[in-house]
Ligand binder design. Structure first.
Ligand code: UD1
Length: 420
């Protein structure tokens, strides 16, 4: 299994091009199931999760063809020949559940294994299933599979989410686009990736109103057509590199990054002494003074994203003073804490909060990646640490970061992948 070795202590300097967003690309690929025509996606990131979604769509009968050697543009099209999503693929990635709504809307049935993914909590899919039931689907759970069917077409419904879910909003948005009648989604997630999906669906002929708000209205249509859509830049990747610049005391330009998607992160970094400014090419992140501790609570968008909590904690590990980091989205998302502590951090977890007492310096150590964002937080910490850090089990990292070691090395980091 590959490892990543970092010799820390070098400030980052230079430019990093931000790739297309993983969390936008995955639902957009699933939207390819909603039409027989070609959906062309541009700015597709090169990630393991994209390969997993490609395999999943291919076994449903779709063709996913790269349109350039770099695989930045993909054409998705073809007929649905198989409505079963097997455990072998679903266990690798929770976002595979996003095929459920489109399969049901297009084919009237689906048999989808309960998904896997990062082990950051129980992560049920009850909100997806309840919403589809309200739209007329009959759903049974049998042998680890969700067996769903609908007589005729799904029907528009008024759905009020009891709590905010990105995936459930996306699944129901896609299903409702092909339903009979109007669907209202209240307390819907407002993440920019949902806006990206809704805009692409509208380009395919869907009638979605309220885009960017927590109340979406979808007027179902009989069929959707093909379209061409460019995937938004990855705000989590941009935020991760912003943390890397902050922790090393460097200055980098993040090309294509959208500061308006990172409001809470920009404000929090600002409170810690990090300058973040908008530039014509994206955003610039620089730190010239000492880091100061800052408190953070993760929340649905536009709050501070849970997907940047671990990286921000690595920054706070070397800040002056104490910080309190509270995780409100997932119940088991502090698995990076013992690893950061092995590098000399002083972090205590009390329930859903972590108290971080800043130390002057971290020291490199062999550490173990436990999930996608935890792994990258160890890289962020390793970039600042004195000595050598080896991050094991980097397959988690390859799920979500496009050529991370090349991007960081181009900014002066001493980082390399050791094939294993
Ligand atoms: C998406 C993102 C993930 C991010 C998360 C929260 C993708 C591919 N993944 O995941 O990177 O960390 O949003 O911003 O976009 N929940 C239920 N029942 C459900 C669905 C969710 O209880 O049916 C709970 C979850 O366990 C979790 C919370 O709701 O505690 C939020 O989850 P959700 O927004 O659905 O996350 P994902 O869509 O899985």
């Amino acid at each position: 299994m590959d490892r990543i070795r970092i010799r820390g202590g070098r400030p980052l300097s230079g430019e990093i091009a931000i790739s297309g967003a993983k969390n936008a690309a995955l639902p957009l690929m699933a939207a390819g199931l909603l039409t027989e025509e070609r959906l062309i996606l541009a700015n597709v990131p090169r990630l393991e999760d994209i390969r997993t979604m490609t395999t999943l769509l291919a076994q449903h009968g779709l063709e996913v063809a790269p349109l350039d050697p770099e695989r930045r543009r993909l054409a998705i099209g073809g007929l649905i020949r198989n409505t079963e999503a097997p455990y072998d693929i679903m266990r690798k990635m929770r976002a595979s559940i996003l095929v459920l709504g489109p399969l049901l809307a297009r084919a009237g049935e689906a048999r989808v294994s309960l998904p896997g993914g990062c082990a950051i909590g129980t992560r049920p899919v009850d909100l997806h299933l309840k919403g589809l039931e309200q739209m007329g689907a009959e759903i049974r759970l049998e042998g680890g599979y969700i067996a769903a069917r609908v007589a005729g077409r799904l029907r528009g419904a008024s759905i009020v989410f009891p709590s905010v879910s990105v995936g459930a909003t996306e699944n129901l948005l896609m299903a409702a686009s092909l339903a009979d009648g109007v669907t209202e989604l209240s307390n819907a997630a407002r993440e920019p990736e949902i806006e990206d999906l809704a805009r692409c669906l509208n380009a395919m002929g869907a009638r979605i109103g309220g885009i960017g708000t927590g109340h979406l209205t979808i007027e179902g249509v009989a069929r959707l057509s093909g379209a061409e859509h460019s995937i938004m830049p990855d705000r989590i990747e941009a935020g991760t590199y912003a943390c890397a610049a902050a922790v090393t005391g460097g200055e980098i330009v993040l090309r294509n990054a959208r500061p308006d998607h990172l409001g809470a992160v920009v404000r929090t970094l600002g409170c810690s002494g990090v300058d973040v400014s908008e530039t014509p090419e994206g955003m610039r992140v620089a730190r010239r003074n000492a880091l100061a501790g800052a408190d953070v609570m993760t929340e649905p968008y536009p709050g501070f994203p849970t997907d940047l909590q671990a990286q921000f904690m690595a920054v706070m590990a070397v800040a002056e003073g104490a910080s309190m980091i509270t995780e409100t989205i997932f119940e088991n998302r502090f698995m990076h804490v013992p690893e950061l502590n092995r590098m000399g951090a002083r972090i205590n977890v009390h329930g859903s909060s972590a108290i971080v007492r800043g130390v002057p310096e971290l020291s490199g150590a062999p550490v173990m990646a436990s999930d996608l964002r935890a792994s990258v937080s160890l890289i962020v910490a390793g970039l600042a640490a004195h000595g050598e850090t080896t991050v094991n089990r980097v397959y988690h990292l390859d799920r979500g970061y496009d050529r991370i070691e090349q991007k960081l090395a181009a900014c002066g980091a001493d980082i390399e992948r050791i094939p294993g």
